[in-house]
Design a protein around this ligand. Structure first.
Ligand SMILES: NC(=O)c1ccc[n+]([C@@H]2O[C@H](COP(=O)([O-])OP(=O)(O)OC[C@H]3O[C@@H](n4cnc5c(N)ncnc54)[C@H](OP(=O)(O)O)[C@@H]3O)[C@@H](O)[C@H]2O)c1
Length: 399
């Protein structure tokens, strides 16, 4: 970036101008920590939250941002004078396509991330993507939009970030497939008979990663891994059959690349989301060095086992829906979002998350997903259907 001169002859900002969507979340806070560690590399120009306006106002003051977005109906926060405050989906889309931004980080959770992802790629912005739901719900639309605008899509998810790095320099003709590692989630050692009634506290206690609530519950059901398979399908243009999942309890090897000569490439690192976040934020430049070296002697033993998919009924539900295509993955992802919120609120049992996803897939007729309107319409219908199923299940639970 350093030597670039704009057509008007004005030297551009040397720092990357960054919009952080979902800055109050687990990924968003790590993004700001990386930016704070590299004040010469990044200028945070806009931020967003849904409800947590107090933290958002504090972040806006700390980073001196000019624009923020919050949810519709969120109470007025005490933002510094002059900060422009937008509300709702349109304001997120505006931040994502802002011409004054070089890099958009999408750290939103759930279906709310889809419209800003599309806005960013359609506007040709570089997009550092944590919101995997965007690719699950509309991977084809996002890929097509990025191809036509030339937008760069850089993954933040640790498995995909490591594949992104390993695949550099691997000719397509030598690529046999990829392997995503799975920690097995918080319930990996619970007897199968106890999984369905696991409590919220146990489910939110992840053994290796410190993450937001939804992705932690999704790790326990393995919906997260099914979504990551779909994410890999679209990011790396691979058929589902060439994407495998292996259980790796230590979360040190983030993924493996299978080569046609029968060998594997692996990427190893400590489980700290700031590493892939930093890599995505610096892309295509080399990342800065704010981490200690990862020494093999400190990593301990590494183990790989097949996943017992029988313990995780949601995995096949979500992946089968993705294989089916059209609006099926929209229905599955939306139902999962509704079910996870209901589980965390104590309205349904853990084992009923699968019932909500299966019920919504059975209740809502899937169709084609030629454009974002079709995707959003399917999301609305699925949200309503899943809400009704949750209503019935929670009525039974309270009796
Ligand atoms: N956390 C991780 O380590 C991790 C790792 C890999 C991938 N990911 C992926 O990264 C994404 C974010 O995960 P996270 O764990 O950071 O989530 P999180 O902690 O729940 O944060 C979500 C962010 O999105 C905002 N938000 C929530 N609902 C919204 C809505 N309806 N409209 C607009 N904004 C909304 C939240 O605002 P409020 O704070 O105001 O609610 C918050 O800023 C997910 O797709 C997840 O799968 C996360």
């Amino acid at each position: 970036m350093g030597g670039r001169v704009t057509p008007s002859g004005t030297p551009p900002s040397v720092r990357k101008r960054v919009a952080v969507l979902g800055s109050t979340g687990s990924i968003g806070r790590n993004v700001l920590a990386v930016a704070a560690a590299h004040p010469d590399a990044f200028e945070i120009v806009s931020l967003s939250a849904f409800r947590n306006v107090d933290l958002l106002a504090e972040q806006a003051a700390r980073f001196g941002v000019g624009k923020v977005a919050v949810g519709e109906g969120t109470p007025q926060g005490s933002f510094p004078d002059g900060v422009e405050i937008g509300r709702g989906r349109a304001s997120l889309e505006a931040l994502a396509s802002d011409p004054g931004v070089d890099l958009v980080v999408n750290a939103l959770v759930g279906a709310a991330g889809l419209a800003p992802t599309l806005a960013a790629v359609e506007a040709g912005r570089t997009l550092a993507l944590a919101n995997k739901e965007s690719l699950v719900m509309a991977g084809e639309l996002v890929s097509r939009a990025a191809e036509s605008s030339g937008a760069a899509l850089v993954p933040i998810d640790s498995e995909h970030s490591s594949l992104f790095r390993c695949l550099k320099g691997v000719p397509r003709s030598e690529l046999a497939g990829v392997v995503l590692t799975a920690s097995g989630g918080p319930l990996r050692d619970l007897p199968t008979s106890e999984i369905a009634s696991a409590g919220v506290e146990a489910v939110l206690d992840h053994p290796t990663w410190d993450m937001g609530e939804k992705v932690t519950v999704d790790s326990a059901t393995l919906v997260n891994k099914a979504m990551e398979v779909v994410e890999a399908r679209w990011l790396f243009d691979l058929p589902f059959e060439r994407i495998e999942v292996v259980l790796h309890r230590e979360s040190i090897v983030h993924s493996l690349v299978r080569l046609t000569d029968g060998t594997l490439l692996a990427h190893l690192g400590l489980p700290d989301m700031k590493v892939p976040i930093q890599y995505a934020m610096f892309h295509p430049d080399p990342p800065g060095g704010i981490f200690e070296d990862c020494r093999p002697g400190a990593l301990g033993s590494l183990h790989f086992e097949p996943v017992d998919f029988g313990r995780y009924p949601c995995y096949d539900l979500v992946l089968d829906a993705a294989r089916q295509g059209g609006t099926s993955p929209v229905i599955a992802a939306t139902a999962d979002e509704v079910a996870v919120a209901a589980f965390v609120d104590g309205r349904i049992r853990f084992g009923e998350i699968a019932d909500v996803i299966a019920g919504a897939l059975a209740a809502v007729a899937a169709g084609d997903a030629p454009d974002v309107d079709a995707v959003l319409a399917a999301e609305e219908t699925a949200r309503e259907a899943a809400g009704q199923i949750v209503g019935r299940l929670s009525g039974a639970l309270s009796q």
